[in-house]
Design a protein around this ligand. Sequence first.
Ligand SMILES: [Fe+2]
Ligand SMILES: [Fe+2]
Length: 411
Amino acid sequence: MIQKEIITLLITPHQILYFFPLYAFLGWLGEVIYRTITRKHFVNPGLLTGPVLPLYGSASIIIIFIASLFPVNNPIFDFVFFAIFCSIIEYFAAALAETYFKIRLWEYDDYRFNLKGRICLRFAAYWGLYTLVFLYIIHPFFYNTFEYITKDVYPGKEHSITLVLLFINTAIVLDFMISAKAMKKFIVTLNKFIENYINLENDQIQQYLYKMRKPLKSFRAIRKYTDFEIRKRLEKNLSDQLTGLKQLMNDKLFIKKSSEEEFKKISHEITSNPEYIKLADYLHHDSSILDHSLKVAYTSYKIAKFLGLDYVSTTRGALLHDFFLYDWRSLEGRPYEGRWHGFKHPKIALNNAKKHFKLNKIEEDIIIKHMWPLTIIPPRYKESVIVTTIDKYISSIETVKALKNSNSKKD
Ligand SMILES: [Fe+2]
Ligand SMILES: [Fe+2]
């Protein structure tokens, strides 16, 4: 049976200088082989530039130290103990990365018997097994090799060997420090990338990805985390935009619908009057006087309401401003002799309106002054100014339309 050589566990600080880089390198080599086979292309694991994974180096030293505290030769005990021990370390390492770097370096969510995705039963068994192989086979082999080199191959050259080992260890520590700084920078860049992703141009995204290529290639969990966070933000942004759009449409529809309903309510008394409806029979510019009056009234109503004026009187006055029942373009059927329709129809409209409806002063002023400045006396109320302005504006549009229609008929 393979024996755990207790002596191999009692390593000196000098031996640590040898074992730390050795196991850091072997760990790196193992990961390269495993990842290159599973991903079918070369992958340099970890963040360091050199071919080392300090995590393996330091974990090995810790395992040797812990094992030296239980100098028993019991593989089952070692297996169970280190399965639990490594899982505890693994759990806290994951929790630390999640808390401080906001990153999940590995996740076992898909494995059975996992704890928050940070550790799981299968990997605990792997740790137990690895430790067993390490303590019973790998470490005794390299321990004896080291003893052989120092004592048999280069006897008395301990100082030179220490110097070389010191140099290698310093290089690893420096590499680690530079990489830790780079990792910190990477995390800032990554979070900036995730936060701004929605507003980035394609070439900016490419620049970011190029800058972060090494850690993104090395850590599958970082790629998954990045994908997840970006998707979360994209979905939120999309749903915010959709909600905003829906709200905007509802508001617009509501305002339009409610203002149309209010306008109809205000106009009802006038527009349901049989005498007033006769305006539909008289041609104005491009359609009937009724059409023209409704257009002038609705636009004036909206403006008066927006300006906080008396929009009810504005609407009623505007509806009645052209309440004359004759064809103004023909000399026949006029209630007066001769021309001058422009000057005379406000008075006629006012008389007709008074005959059928009870008017207030604003409404009267709107009707009588709507041809200003053709009729000399200026409007007295702001409401009258609105109607006379809108009347001119809408009349000019209608006249142009009528001209276009007659031209196209001629063609
Ligand atoms: Fe008019
Ligand atoms: Fe008019």
